[in-house]
Ligand binder design. Structure first.
Ligand code: MLT
Length: 246
């Protein structure tokens, strides 16, 4: 059985065909989403715009919180920001709507032409890779990037996931594995810059911005590897896209 592992460094690339996509926005949306479920959250609705989030909160019945960031900070009137460390401290709401500058857009665009989209970060890397291996043979890791530009931390994390996919696939019957150019490039980046993801985050442009904003704890937290077994899965609920934890 043959597996193909691919990495797209930006969601705006012409994406190859994949049976499964793992969306990575290490700093911090995919870590925040994973942490939401680790803290007991039930449903997250990802949306693109701030206004869309607030309107949806008003429209939905029940207790929905709004969560996310612009420029790294909590928007006015939002209930939660995008800091996984703060979320760990406050506890997660049961249901929330989330919008972030890059991560939620990447998740929503990854769904086009792909049956299964999951959200991955360093903390749930092994779990999300195993889930992907069990769900399809043609697996793409989609890096969210930063405002349309290459993101070092997403790409290094994608390389680490490629290494995990290569290690795990034989346990599910792989006797042949192929890396695309994107897959090989990410793996080379991981080999040259890993294994300390927090250190990579500290050196990256977005990591420096988060540090200036006082989020050094998030950088350390987002860099921790295999601390979570949660696999956030994109599905449909209430006639829209929703993320649930598995
Ligand atoms: C994003 O979606 O761009 C990020 O998650 C921003 C952040 O660090 O909060």
């Amino acid at each position: 059985m043959k597996y193909v592992f691919d990495v797209a460094f930006l969601p705006s690339e012409k994406l190859k065909e994949h049976e499964v996509r793992i969306v990575v926005d290490l700093l911090r949306a995919s870590t925040q989403i994973t942490t939401f479920f680790d803290c007991g959250g039930s449903v997250l609705l990802p949306v693109k715009e701030l206004k869309e989030a607030a309107d949806l909160r008003d429209k939905l019945s029940g207790d929905w919180k709004v969560m996310g960031e612009r420029g790294g900070v909590k928007p006015e009137d939002f209930d939660f920001g995008n800091s996984p460390v703060e979320l760990m401290q406050s506890g997660a709401p049961d249901n929330a709507i989330i919008t972030t500058s890059n991560g939620t857009n990447a998740i929503l665009s990854a769904v086009s032409g792909c049956e299964r989209v999951v959200v991955g970060c360093a903390r749930n890397a092994e779990s999300v890779c195993w889930d992907a291996i069990c769900s399809g043979k043609n697996i793409g890791i989609i890096c969210a990037g930063q405002n349309g530009e290459f993101s070092l931390e997403d790409s290094v994390c994608a390389g680490m996931m490629i290494e995990k996919l290569l290690a795990l696939a034989p346990s599910n019957g792989a006797d042949e594995m192929e890396l695309t150019d994107g897959g090989m490039s990410a793996l080379a980046l991981w080999h040259s810059m890993g294994p300390c993801i927090s250190e990579v985050c500290s050196q990256s442009a977005h990591g420096k911005t988060l540090s200036e904003l006082g989020f050094d704890n998030d950088i350390f937290f987002c860099g921790e590897i295999d601390e979570s077994s949660t696999v956030p899965l994109l599905t449909e609920k209430y006639g829209m896209y929703a993320i649930i934890g598995r």
